[in-house]
Design a protein around this ligand. Structure first.
Ligand SMILES: Nc1ncnc2c1ncn2[C@@H]1O[C@H](COP(=O)(O)OP(=O)(O)O)[C@@H](O)[C@H]1O
Ligand SMILES: [Mg+2]
Length: 384
């Protein structure tokens, strides 16, 4: 058997999530190969090797998986048939394609959760022949079964007029939840079945773009809710028998019910706070899970807030970061820049983490950073 240090890790997808996995893998002295179509992708820049190929290029995925001892992914939109074939020939892919298959189709995922009595919003597969407001009254949420992310593939139908603009893809309808808060938890499950949950966090969304722009750890909810949400998230990953780190997104309804919104079969934006905020970051934990190593402590060291650094809505082109000096002057602020060569409106370009002994202070500092730190482009503004 190979020594720990000789094991090669392959990652399908070279975005910021892959990059942060690479950072932890390199910390542990491991060799990492990335597969991504973009030359110099965020993860490829710092990995040992990058295979330049489309995320569904069968031949190149095979090359990656064979070259590496363990292959994982940072994105769920991968052809599972390719992965399944490789698993059947004895290759090691974590999480396994079986789990990815359930999760990457949101309707299959919901069905799975319901089978295991995990609470979700009410939903129903959408049939073009049926009137939309027959099962649910307006507003109702339409979700594409596959391919959505950062709010793309989610459409709130508020009235008959909106029906015209519905998504034209295989989809389902879901009851609109007028939630009190959106919550999330990272749950790690290792190859050996050891399971550990991270603290419960709040996700705050940009109202215009429906994209998460702030994470608050720990969530400001009462103890009973905190415990219940943690239990439910753990159940999801336990029932899935997943291997790796999973992000479980939940709604806290106004009448104090917890509903699971969706599960991500990978490291998750809501867990970035764990790099500075916890004893073991979600990225290191993911490596421990897939390598069958003992899991690290998920303890929160201090209240931590993360601000997603999104591309300015008026700028596109070579990124220019404004307000770095002023932001870093604030005690407790750490900056992460993902190394993307191009900024676009609302593109995730980096994040800032704010650690403070008092949660109110961390939030206050986060709002200052949010106002100060901007991603513009070196080229002219749209408006000029
Ligand atoms: N049933 C719902 N009721 C109200 N808001 C919802 C509902 N489903 C999703 N949303 C909102 O849309 C966001 C994105 O939906 P989600 O299913 O998480 O898709 P994505 O894959 O884009 O993250 C959620 O975080 C939430 O703010
Ligand atoms: Mg989501």
């Amino acid at each position: 058997m190979k020594e720990f240090i000789d094991l090669k890790i392959g990652i399908i997808g070279g975005g910021q999530l892959g990059r942060m996995i690479v950072q932890e893998a390199k910390k542990m002295g491991l060799y990492v190969v990335i597969l991504d179509p973009t030359l110099g992708s965020p993860a490829g820049q710092i990995a040992d090797e990058q295979i330049i190929a489309d995320l569904n290029n069968e031949e190149k995925i095979k090359e990656l998986v064979i070259k590496c001892d363990i292959t994982t992914f940072e994105i769920e939109h991968i052809n599972t048939d390719i992965l399944k074939k490789l698993e059947e020939s004895g290759e090691n892919i974590s999480p396994p394609s079986r789990v990815l298959e359930i999760i990457k189709d949101k309707s299959k995922q919901k069905k799975f959760l319901n089978e295991y009595n995990i609470p979700t919003s009410k939903w129903k597969k959408f049939n073009e022949d049926e009137p939309i407001n027959e099962t649910f009254s307006f507003p109702v949420v339409q979700k594409a079964c596959r391919g959505g992310y950062d709010g793309r593939g989610v459409y709130v139908i508020k009235n008959e007029e909106d029906v015209k603009n519905r998504l034209r893809a295989e989809s389902f309808l879901e009851e609109y939840i007028d939630f009190d808060k959106e919550l999330a938890i990272i749950v790690a499950r290792s190859k050996n079945g050891e399971i550990k949950s991270y603290p419960l966090v709040e996700m705050i969304f940009d109202e215009e773009e429906n994209i998460c722009d702030m994470i608050i750890a720990p969530a400001r909810v009462d103890e009973k809710i905190y415990k219940e949400a943690s239990e439910i998230a753990k159940d999801c990953v336990e029932e899935l028998k997943g291997v790796g780190v999973f992000g479980v997104e939940m709604f806290l309804t106004k009448d104090n019910r917890i509903l699971v919104n969706e599960i991500a079969p990978r490291v998750h934006n809501s867990g970035h706070y764990s790099i500075e905020g916890c004893v073991t970051s979600q990225f290191e934990q993911h490596i421990r899970c897939i390598m069958g190593l003992p899991l690290g402590s998920t303890e929160l060291l201090a209240p931590t807030v993360v601000i997603n650094l999104l591309g300015d809505k008026m700028h596109r082109g070579t990124p220019k970061y404004i307000g770095v000096h002023e932001s870093l002057e604030i005690l407790g602020v750490n900056l992460h820049i993902y190394g993307k060569k191009e900024t676009r409106p609302y593109r995730k370009m980096g994040h800032a983490t704010i650690v403070d002994g008092k949660i109110e202070n961390a939030i206050e500092k986060a709002y200052i950073v949010k106002k100060t730190l901007k991603v513009l482009s070196k080229e002219a503004d749209y408006g000029k």
